[in-house]
Design a protein around this ligand. Structure first.
Ligand SMILES: Cc1ncc(C[n+]2csc(CCOP(=O)(O)OP(=O)(O)O)c2C)c(N)n1
Ligand SMILES: [Mg+2]
Length: 410
């Protein structure tokens, strides 16, 4: 009681700072296969503890174990591995292209590839994602052309978005990928609204909302949960906890709730945590949540526990705020290596085939890059036409825009 009368301001601090030894001993990792798989119409009140555990399928020996295993064939898993490897190679090439001045900006997915690649395979055509900038795997795993993604990154003459969006802010209605907004969390509430509209019109399509750990501090996140809970919107509420929000550690946005998944409990929303570096676990949990939405059972909140291995973006230097070797100490491993080891364990893959696949994928990505660069890069070659600036906003161009277009002489 010595402090009575003197208030102290509390600011959560990360365990370790640059120069220190990485320490994740506070992250409790349940054994693979140990978390039960409830029926999809389970009473949310009976599974509250799932918001504090981690659903895992792949164990250290590369085996798929427990009640969430067994949904995907070896063929589907091989395809999943290829998607994650493609995203990783795509990232490496585009990161390099930014350093070469071919684009102004890029954001990598290193370490988080399983989240978006595996989630996409749980959806049906017509379902709509409201992604952040760190879910390009949704497009890769759905077969969206890499050339189109690169054209967007280069803002060249073939950019489907005609230079109007920041690089990596793709958009494709056909591939269920809503235009990305740089204003974080705004799309969470839009996803819920889209899902409500789908239910109102007795459609069968569901929505997937996406947000990072840091952005859950925005009020839009909480407003979205109110609407999703009240109207039982057919939506999967995804929170990607990659431990960092640029230089801010996840403890700031999480506050006192213990986990991000626990945020859903106050809204009566079933809330699960899953090993975000385990392709099989991500897919199985996504399937469970998608099925609930499709069967009118309402929203599910899913927290993906993962780690952002790379910098936040090409404008960031993580050595200023976290130990360099922190990603090596991350206890959930690397999603590509874990799925590779599982497929080797299943006898359908080998180190040699993996090396060969890496070379093939690199060749494919480089070919796409060459094609994209033939349409221009940031400072060279073709650009979107100035005329495009006036198009695509109004169904009928208002007179003032027509006048401005004439003045521009295009
Ligand atoms: C409303 C809003 N506030 C701040 C920013 C600047 N900003 C861009 S990314 C970012 C960090 C987001 O972290 P998180 O939500 O954890 O996603 P991650 O980058 O880790 O995937 C911030 C603060 C923004 N774009 N929009
Ligand atoms: Mg984050």
């Amino acid at each position: 009681m010595a402090d009575a009368g003197m208030l102290r301001f509390h600011v959560p601090e990360p365990e370790v700072r640059p120069g220190g030894t990485p320490d994740f001993s506070n992250v409790t990792i349940p054994k693979a296969g140990s978390v039960p798989r409830p029926e999809i119409d389970v009473d949310p009140r009976t599974i509250r503890d799932m918001a504090f555990s981690i659903i895992r399928v792949l164990n250290r020996a590369g085996e798929a174990v427990g009640p969430w295993a067994g949904l995907l064939s070896d063929q589907e898993l091989l395809e999943g591995l290829r998607h994650m490897m493609t995203l990783r190679t795509f990232d490496a090439r585009m990161q390099m292209a930014q350093r070469q001045g071919k684009t102004s900006f890029y954001m990598q997915h290193l370490g988080e590839e399983a989240v978006s690649c595996a989630f996409r395979k749980a959806l049906q055509p017509g379902d709509m994602n409201f992604p952040t900038y760190r879910q390009a795997g949704l497009l890769i795993a759905d077969g969206y052309p890499m050339v189109s993604m690169m054209n967007q990154i280069y803002s060249n003459e073939a950019d489907p978005l005609k230079g109007r969006q920041l690089p990596v802010m793709y958009s494709s209605k056909e591939h269920g990928f809503f235009s990305i907004s740089g204003n974080l969390a705004t799309q969470y509430i839009q996803a819920v609204g889209w899902a409500m509209a789908s239910a109102i019109s007795n459609d069968s399509r569901i929505a997937a909302a996406w947000i990072g750990d840091g952005s859950t501090a925005e009020s839009d996140f909480h407003a979205a949960l109110v609407f999703a809970s009240t109207y039982k919107a057919p939506v999967v509420l995804n929170v990607v906890n990659n431990q960092w929000a640029i230089s801010t550690f996840q403890g700031i946005a999480r506050g006192g709730s213990g986990t991000f998944a626990a945020r859903g409990l106050g809204f009566g929303i079933p809330s699960l945590r899953v090993d975000g570096n385990d392709y099989l676990a991500v897919h199985a949990v996504a399937k469970w949540a998608v099925e609930r939405a499709r069967r009118n059972l309402g929203p599910t909140l899913v927290e993906y526990v993962t780690y952002r291995v790379g910098a936040h973006s090409t404008s960031d230097d993580p050595s200023a705020y976290r130990p360099k070797a922190e990603s090596d100490a991350w206890p959930l491993g690397d999603p590509v290596i874990r799925l590779k080891n599982h497929l080797i364990h299943n006898g359908v893959w080998s180190e040699d085939r993996h090396t060969q696949a890496e070379a093939e994928i690199l060749e494919t990505v480089i070919a796409a890059q060459k094609e994209a660069e033939s349409h221009g890069t940031l400072h060279a070659g073709g650009k979107p036409s100035t005329r495009d600036m006036f198009e695509g906003v109004y169904a009928e161009m208002p007179p003032h825009l027509r006048r401005q277009r004439q003045q521009a002489g295009v």
